[in-house]
Design a protein around this ligand. Structure first.
Ligand code: ADP
Length: 504
């Protein structure tokens, strides 16, 4: 095994383009203009690879939120976006995707600096994913149709009934810090295709790419007020967005705890709500697999993005007959996923997002050890001068009562358990309040289908993990969410159905 202790985790110098983005005066994007906040409060932008403060963004006030919502409301109510021919909406969205592509390298670097993920990963996953969401949904702008429906109890010929699909209105979209640009584009794309207007708030830890995206939104030619981007804290600006009477729909991705709070707060005015929340996704490895293929798959399922993934495969169930081989195979992948500074070209994983998250993850590892778990690999943090690095970790000798098995850690920590048959493993996989994703590794097609139907999760992967495609619906069972994003269902979530009945 390579020696992970000798990695130099000093952050590399930033490019001139990144330095220019960091040197921007903190401002909000409202009505296609950069405007100052109503008060002077700022949020520090930290590079998690070094722990250094590298910029500041606005901490939006209630008045700032109100201003952004008013802009979105006016832009929706006068139909300056929904009233355009679908072809024009589609082409504007394609221009935005093309602009993103033209600036792909800059976006990848900014994401790496802001979030800590390797620039190579941001360039391979986040930026192309963001473009795909916009391009796929752009096509839907011209394919939103109602239906002509034959009446049942009123005479056909005397009455004519049909449905129209109309945009839901002003959307408040609140996104997390783990895939900042990708999540922002996943959110705005269906709303734009449907004809909605938007107030988008990135997470307070990672606002840089959403702000840069706003430049491109203006350049692409979206009418003023269609997309407004405000930066700020969740419990203040986010809360104001959720409770605002002029907002028609909330789309949120983040923790289950905040998702539940948002759902409660949105109930007063019955806002439409879609929620993409947490998970504790199982990865099941059946005895017939080729361990040399399944073990790296299980390692990537948890260690990609340092485990800061809602569908992270954080509970590994390996068949008793191959358990030791699987653990060994997963452990062999640890050097590949060893955390490095985000601009290190050798890196496949980075630091955690913040000190808070670092303490949380290390706290879980300690709790697991106290409860009797053994560390098969990792379980510690490399010695560094700044930055929030945690080594890839596998915990064994765990039981279903332990917090490390039950709770979402959101870090590079997997708990591994043995099983004997598929009914037992399906029961164990479902023994959770979550239901976001699940991975199954087997060559046996019958076992694959049986397990895929038994496990309660919004997405089941077979012989792969966390493969996301914008055309396929994504969302959670149980406490992992409400509604679906992506695909046809993703656009439906931004439409109201109006029934029209005419007496002829
Ligand atoms: P995490 O625990 O992963 O940091 P959160 O669920 O706290 O995720 O945050 C995800 C997003 O939700 C962020 O943009 C954050 O600002 C926002 N947020 C946090 N609290 C609230 C709230 N009370 N109301 C609205 N948005 C919130």
């Amino acid at each position: 095994m390579n020696d992970m202790t000798t990695i130099d985790r000093t952050q590399r110098p930033y490019s001139a383009a990144a330095q220019a983005a960091l040197a921007r005066k903190p401002a909000l994007f409202i009505n296609n203009e950069w405007v100052a906040s109503s008060h002077g409060a700022l949020i520090e932008v930290e590079d998690p690879s070094s722990g250094k403060i590298v910029s500041h963004v606005v901490d939006a006030s209630d008045r700032d939120v109100d201003r952004a919502v008013a802009a979105a409301r006016a832009a929706f109510d006068d139909g300056r976006w929904s009233g355009l021919p679908p072809m024009v909406r589609e082409r504007t969205m394609h221009r935005l995707a093309d602009l993103l592509e033209a600036h792909a390298d800059e976006f990848a670097e900014l994401e790496a600096i802001d979030n800590g993920k390797p620039k190579g990963m941001a360039g391979a996953v986040d930026v192309p994913g963001a473009m795909a969401h916009i391009r796929f949904m752009a096509g839907w702008a011209s394919k939103i149709n109602g239906e002509v429906i034959q009446p049942y109890s009123i005479p056909d010929g005397a009455f004519f009934g049909y449905t129209r699909k109309e945009p839901v209105g002003v959307c408040a979209q609140i996104v997390p810090w783990n895939f900042p640009l990708l999540m922002a584009c996943l959110k705005i794309a269906p709303a734009l295709a449907a004809g909605c207007t938007i107030v988008l708030k990135p997470a307070e830890q990672t606002s840089l790419t959403a702000l840069r995206l706003a430049d491109l939104i203006a350049e692409a030619g979206f009418p003023a007020g269609v997309v407004n981007v405000i930066t700020g804290n969740g419990h203040t600006a986010g809360d104001r967005m959720v409770k605002h009477p002029d907002v028609d729909k909330i789309a949120f991705t983040g923790s289950t705890e905040i998702g539940k709070l948002i759902n409660r707060n949105a109930t007063a005015s019955l806002k439409r709500v879609t929620l993409e929340l947490g998970g504790k996704s199982p990865v099941v490895v059946m005895p017939d697999v080729d361990v040399a293929q399944a073990a790296p798959g299980a390692a990537g399922a948890i260690w990609f993005n340092s485990g800061q993934v809602c569908v992270a495969g954080s509970r590994l169930y390996a068949h008793r007959s191959i358990f030791d081989q699987v653990i060994e195979g997963v452990a062999e992948q640890a050097p590949f996923w060893a955390p490095r500074a985000s601009l290190d070209p050798e890196g496949h994983a980075g630091p955690l997002i913040s000190k808070e998250q670092f303490d949380r993850v290390m706290g879980y590892i300690e709790a697991g050890k106290r409860d009797g778990a053994s560390v098969a690999i990792g379980g510690d943090a490399p010695a560094v001068d700044g930055g929030y690095y945690v080594n890839p970790t596998v915990l064994v000798d765990v039981n279903p009562q332990m917090s490390v098995v039950r709770e979402e850690i959101f870090g590079p920590v997997v708990v591994a358990q043995r099983f004997d048959d598929i009914d037992e493993v399906a029961k164990a996989a479902n023994d959770t309040c979550y239901g976001l994703g699940a991975g199954i590794w087997t060559k046996d097609v019958a076992t694959m289908h049986k397990l895929a139907s038994k496990i309660k999760a919004g997405t089941v992967w077979g012989n792969c993990h966390a493969v996301i495609d914008t055309a396929l619906p994504f969302g959670g069972y149980k406490e992992s969410g409400l509604g679906r994003e992506q695909g046809r269902q993703g656009i439906e979530a931004y439409l109201e159905t109006k029934t029209v009945i005419l007496q002829l």
